[in-house]
Design a protein around this ligand. Structure first.
Ligand code: SF4
Length: 428
């Protein structure tokens, strides 16, 4: 018998729960940050930020660990002459791109990444991308997307990047078999684990998007079924649906339960027998469950407060409450995509305090009043909260670290136990 419990039969959790919507000052990074993990994923892509020195500093400090490698990102600096309209920014951009592609012949895909300054001077990067693509095709494809904004959040950079790639995906043949597309950047090790599980389940063909190589774009069409691996890909999902692909509703593959439901969504679509599903996933589930039991000792009963930052907050809250026994003081998310998160919301404990958007002062007051054991927040809030005696976890680490799937469930839990253990040691 399958141990997978249908989500809606199990609970309606927070499916219809009220959400506090706040608009006010926000403390988030912009979408340029996504370049740090995307450039590792697509191994022959280059990200050229068209921005200011501030943008260059953001990228360099976010990617501090990369200084010994020849990076596959850079910033074309818009200087005072460009801002004053004294120089032709398009001519400058063409010159920078030509020099870059001459020097780096391994680049097959170039993203021109828009920023606040490029938007201020109204530099049309989509026209620039078409012009440069025409000059450098077929060897190099040039695309553009925007990473700008203080009104956005840092994971939106990946969504914008992938959405810009969707129109370039080849059309799948009308008579091609139904295929599965896993959407969202995953660490290679996680991708390999999922690929093995899909093979053992007899599900295929399976492709991953983004691909590791620019020339390996997956075909898409009405016979494509896709599973989102990340909860922040609203525009990408919409673009895939416009190409005829169909999303398989599922929670996200965090923790044993999330991973099982996520795999189950594909298994159901591809007609995998429940017994086979059980046999293929049983040992990984048991291993992960045993590893989580050790982490649960540290985390059960501890109160956690999420500030809105990575858009991973709701799946993480579900994992931490249901599999590790944590209490949810508040779960804040920058945006709540009710459709993509429906299965997650159904699994959240009824009565969870949910908030969307941010008014940072109000939220800080609620956080202080809740006196949580652990606060998940962006870098900008972590230091001040630590200075007030709170224990914090940087949400950006959750995007840089492989956390999806059975084999990573314990590592994911450990990201939350570590700051608590460190605090205990310091207090001892
Ligand atoms: S918020 Fe705007 S100016 Fe600041 S780093 Fe991001 S794109 Fe550049």
């Amino acid at each position: 018998m399958s141990t997978v419990i249908p989500i809606h039969a199990a609970s309606i959790g927070c499916a219809d729960a009220p959400v506090l919507r706040e608009r006010g000052q926000r403390e988030v990074f912009c979408g340029l940050t996504g370049i740090i993990w995307l450039h590792r994923k697509i191994q022959d892509a280059f990200f050229l930020v068209v921005g200011s020195r501030t943008c260059a500093h953001l990228i360099q400090s976010a990617a501090g660990v990369m200084i010994f490698a020849e990076p596959r990102f850079a910033t074309a600096i818009i200087d005072e002459r460009d801002l004053a309209g004294l120089a032709d920014a398009n001519t400058e951009l063409d010159r920078v791109v030509t020099r870059l592609l001459e020097r780096r012949p391994e680049i097959k895909l170039l993203f021109l990444v828009g920023s606040c300054p490029s938007e201020v001077i109204k530099l049309d990067l989509s026209r620039a991308a078409s012009r440069l693509s025409a000059s450098f095709s077929p060897g190099v494809r040039v695309l553009n997307y925007s990473g700008s904004g203080i009104e956005t959040t840092f994971t939106q950079g990946e969504d914008a990047c992938l959405a810009s790639l969707v129109p370039d995906l080849p059309a799948s043949a009308a008579d091609a078999p139904t295929s599965l597309l896993v959407v969202g950047a995953l660490a290679d090790v996680v991708e390999d684990q999922f690929a093995r599980l899909f093979t053992q389940l007899g599900i295929g063909p399976v492709r991953f998007f983004p691909p590791r190589h620019a020339n390996d774009l997956p075909p898409v069409g009405p016979n494509t079924r896709f599973l989102l691996a990340q909860p922040f890909l609203a525009d990408t999902a919409r673009a895939l649906e416009q190409r005829g692909a169909v999303r398989l509703p599922a929670p996200f593959p965090l923790g044993v339960e999330g991973t099982t439901h996520w795999l189950q969504a594909a298994a159901t679509q591809f007609g995998v027998a429940p017994q086979r599903f059980e046999v293929v996933t049983a040992s990984a589930r048991q291993r992960a469950g045993a590893a989580l039991a050790r982490q649960r000792v540290q985390l059960a009963g501890k109160k956690i407060f999420f500030f809105p930052d990575s858009q991973l907050e709701i799946p993480l809250a579900r994992f931490l409450s249901r599999e590790l026994g944590m209490e949810l003081a508040e779960v804040g998310t920058p945006y709540l995509h009710r459709q993509h998160l429906a299965e997650e919301l159904a699994l959240l404990p009824a009565g969870t305090f949910l908030s969307e958007g941010q008014n940072v002062d109000n939220q800080l007051d609620r956080c202080r009043a809740a006196r949580p054991d652990l606060v998940v927040c962006g870098l900008g809030l972590a230091n001040p909260l630590e200075a007030e005696g709170m224990t914090t976890k940087w949400s950006i680490e959750l995007v840089f670290t492989p956390i999806q799937g059975y084999d990573q469930a314990s590592d994911l839990a450990e990201l939350f136990t570590r700051p608590l253990v460190r605090k205990l040691r310091l207090a001892a």
